[in-house]
Every structure is written in C-alpha cells, then in structure tokens.
Write a protein that binds this ligand. Structure first.
Ligand code: AMP
Ligand code: MG
Length: 487
C-alpha cells in the first residue's frame, strides 16, 4: 500500500511533445472537499484507501497541489459530432496529469476533469459541475462492477467555486483512470490536418503501448484495427445486453481501447425501450438505444478512414465486416446467459427478440424481469411475471416456448439455476432517479447518499440486506427525468 507521495510516474504521452498536447496547470477549486472515493480504483494505484480522508487528497485532486513528477497536459484531438466533422476539439476542461504505474506493472492515466481552461476550451469555462461529476463517477464504477469495459473513477472533489450552467451550480473535479485517453478522434485529427509524421508517431505509440501483441502479426496496424473492432463489438454488445445508453457516441468520445468513455447524459433503461433517447439534444435519435449498434460501426468506419495511410481500403473493409457478426455473437451469448440457458440453439435470437418486443409493448422493467426470472423455477417465474405484461396471451405464447427451451437446455436444480442467473442478472443498476437523489443530497452538502449508492453498485449481483429501496422501479417523478446535457 502506498501513500500519496509514493506514486511512480512515467509520462509516455507527454513525451510525444507539443504536437500532441499542451502543458497546462490545473486551476484550483475553492475549498476542495472529498465527495466520494472508490477504494477499488485506489487499489489500481496501490493507494491505501485511508489516504482519501486526508486533506492533501482533496488538495491534489481539487487542483491545488501537484506531484513534482506529474506533467499536466491538455490533449488535442478532433472528431465527428452527431455525424459532422469538427476539425478541432481537445481536452477543453480536463488534463492528463500523468501516467502512474502500479506494482503489477500496469500504467494508468490520471485525468482530472473540470480542471479549468485550456487552449481547447472553445466557448467553455473549463469546469465541470458536481452533478455531472457524480454521474460520471457512479457510472464508471457501476459499469465496471457489471463487467462492462470502462474508464474508472478514483474520486469526486466538490468545492464552493460557482459555475454557471442553466443556473448557478458548484464546480467539481472527477479523477478518471484509464490505461489510455487516446480516442478515435486523435487519429482523425492528424489525418485531417495532414500531418503524416505525427500520425505515424501516434500509431506507433498506440501499437507499442496498448497492442504490443499485434507487432507479431504480418500487418501490425491491421491487426490493431481488427482488435479495436473486436473490442468495440464486445463493449457495445454488453451495453445492449444490460440496457446502457451512452448518449453521445461522437468519435471523440470513443476510446481506442474499446472501453466506455466520456460519460454525458447516459442512462440505464428502466422500462425496456429500444427507441429510448437519453440525450435531450439528440433530436433525431442518432444515439438512441438500438442505434448504438450501427453507430458503433459508423464510428469504426470513421476511424478506418483516418487509418487509410497505413492500411489498404480492402483490408479495412474486411476488418469492419467483423463488427456485426461479432457483436451479434457476444450479444446472443450474454442474452442466453441472462435467460439462464447454457446451450445454444438456432432460434434463440428469435426467443430474445420476441421477449423484448413484449417488454417494449408493456413497459416492463428490463433489469428486474431477468432477476425475477431466476428467482424461481422457470414455470413458476413466468407465472409470476405474467402480470407485468399487457398482452398476456402474447406473453403466454412466449412463456411456453421459453419453458420448452429451458427443458431442452438441461435439468438443473433450481438452486444452481438461480445462482447462475443471478451472477449475470444484476439486482441493482444505476437508475437515473437513484443518481438524482444522491445528487440532490450532495448539492446540499450531504455526501452520504452518493457514498451509499456507490457502495451498493459495486456489488450489483449480490442481494444486500437493507438495500431494497435501490432495487425498485422508479417512482413516477423518476420515470422520465430530463438529464441536463450541460455538464
Ligand atoms: P463532451 O461532449 O463532454 O465530450 O465535450 C466535447 C468537447 O467540448 C470536448 O473537447 C470538451 O473538452 C469540450 N467541453 C465540454 N464542456 C466544456 C467546458 N465546460 N469547458 C471547456 N470545454 C468543454
Ligand atoms: Mg468528450
């Protein structure tokens, strides 16, 4: 276990130089205070969890202090936003403080979001508000606990610094961890600004640091792109299987590691709704829940375009062709497991589709349905769940097919079935209304609810005594919350 001053830095991205990022110092927040910290994320840096309680922790992650070995940099990138190309974006309010490596030899980027203005702030103030910082923190740690690849969050630091959004709010910072903060948009930036040397340097950097095994392949860049396609297919399959809606799948928010990244007005589905749009500025539903699948491919095509200097168009197309079949295979595998099935049959996809259609038409809670399906033997479970469906006859037809399918799958004792299903079907997810309750309390200075909710969400599959209120469908006020897109 390390103390805060014992972190070891190795700032590999900073060493790429000024064509890739700009040196900027964090702008401190007034009266920094710890809102919440993740012990599990602290363990990634070998940090003793007790250090979160020390004043220097809030000072470091509130922008007041800096390690001598840190080299804070704002990265430059660009990207396609809602389908249109924006030639220059970059870290407008976040800084890569440096890269820390842990005792296991892993490197972790320390990225401080809300750290003040940078050359890439455009019209923004460089700040992040408490509400959005808490949402990013909770989402990162909740997705991780569900087994969905994601950036992590070490802590949220609150403050008394006023920040103007629709109304006056308070500034906060979230310390994000990821093995890399390089986005699709990094490659796009150097491609569209026609800087082939720097683009090659970036590609070498990513290959050496993040895809070293691709070096062994005859075409290392192609192998790397294939790997990125595969990881994205798997990540998006998990989003769809667990009802996660990202909301802003612009290419500057897509990680080259295939991890969930840059949380905005995201949401987990309450009722199943394939057409759900969590981002209220997304008027056309470009990033609606079901569109995430084709958008994943669209984004990979944008990256492929930026990689044309290194890889032939035919090879890129072939690699892109892997996306949908891989996505479908991962998705179906997960959905089979959510249904408690251990074998594969050709018609399983249809069984899933029919169920989702029934859930859609009846507004059935997506998370609780699967959890309850495992609570009891299949025949009893479907009888209990039937009441949630408006089209009961339709559900009965599905239930008969499901029971027959379960029987063909094998004769498992219910205890075993429940255990297997509960291990993939969470009881607790980050529902918007739960986040909202925690935010409202935090905005009035009470951080206990954020901490409790974080704690519950770190063990989403495990029934926790006294935490029933976190496993409920939203109350009426919490059903269609408009999450502000300003952050
Ligand atoms: P996002 O939609 O949060 O991924 O942000 C898109 C771009 O806008 C990124 O380059 C951000 O750094 C920048 N940005 C967002 N909010 C702010 C802000 N308050 N101040 C400065 N830049 C911002
Ligand atoms: Mg972003």
């Amino acid at each position: 276990m390390k103390a805060l001053d014992e972190l070891t830095f190795d700032n590999r991205f900073a060493r790429l130089g000024d064509a890739f990022s700009t040196h900027v110092l964090p702008e401190p927040l007034d009266e920094p205070r710890l809102v919440v910290a993740s012990k599990a994320a602290m363990a990634l840096l070998d940090l003793d969890p007790a250090v979160a309680q020390t004043p220097v922790f809030a000072e470091l992650f509130g922008g007041h202090k800096l390690w001598a070995e840190a080299e804070p940099r704002a990265m430059v990138y660009s990207g396609h936003q809602f389908g249109g190309y924006t030639p220059q974006l970059g870290d407008g309010r976040g800084l890569l403080l440096g890269e820390v490596y842990n005792e296991a030899g892993e490197h972790w980027d320390l990225h401080l979001k809300g750290a003040g203005m940078t050359p890439y702030s455009r019209m923004g103030d460089g700040r992040a508000v408490l509400r959005s910082s808490i949402r990013e923190f909770l989402a990162s740690e909740a997705l991780h606990a569900l087994g969905i690849p994601t950036s992590r969050a070490l802590c949220v630091i609150g403050s008394s610094t006023p920040v103007w959004r629709e109304k006056q709010e308070r500034g906060a910072m979230v310390l994000r961890l990821a093995p890399s903060h390089i986005r699709f948009g990094h490659f796009e930036y150097f491609y569209y600004t026609k800087k082939p040397e720097q683009q090659a340097e970036l590609a070498e950097h990513v290959l050496n640091l993040h895809y070293p095994e691709c070096r062994e392949q005859p075409e290392p860049y192609l192998a790397m792109f294939r790997e990125i396609v595969e990881r994205n297919a798997e990540m998006i399959a998990k989003w769809q299987a667990y009802g996660f809606c990202h909301g802003v799948m612009n290419t500057d928010n897509m990680s080259i590691l295939g991890i969930t990244f840059d949380f905005g007005p995201f949401a987990f589905l309450d009722d199943f709704d394939a057409h759900f749009i969590c981002n209220h500025s997304d008027h056309e539903g470009r990033y609606s829940f079901s569109n995430q699948v084709p958008i994943g491919q669209w984004n990979l095509s944008a990256l492929a375009q930026a990689l044309t200097p290194f890889i032939s168009v035919d090879a890129l197309k072939e690699a892109l062709g892997l996306y949908l079949p891989l996505y479908q295979a991962h998705y179906l595998d997960l959905m089979r497991r959510r249904l408690g099935l251990t074998t594969a049959e050709d018609d399983d996809q249809k069984l899933v589709e029919r169920l989702l259609k029934l859930m859609q038409n009846s507004g059935v809670d997506y998370t609780l349905f699967f959890r309850r399906l495992g609570d009891e033997p299949a025949a009893l479970a479907v009888t209990r769940l039937r009441d949630d469906f408006v089209d009961m006859a339709g559900f009965d037809t599905w239930a008969e097919q499901y029971k027959a399918r379960v029987a063909r799958d094998g004769d498992y004792p219910q205890e075993q079935r429940r255990e297997r299903m509960h291990a993939v079907n969470p009881l607790y997810i980050l529902r918007n209304y739960l986040a909202q309750n925690a935010i409202a309390a935090a905005e009035s200075g009470d951080y206990s609810e954020v901490r409790r909710l974080h704690d519950v969400l770190t063990r989403p599959f495990e029934e926790q005594a006294g935490m029933e209120q976190y496993a409920q469908r939203p109350p009426d006020w919490g059903k269609h919350l408009e999450i502000s897109c300003s952050s």
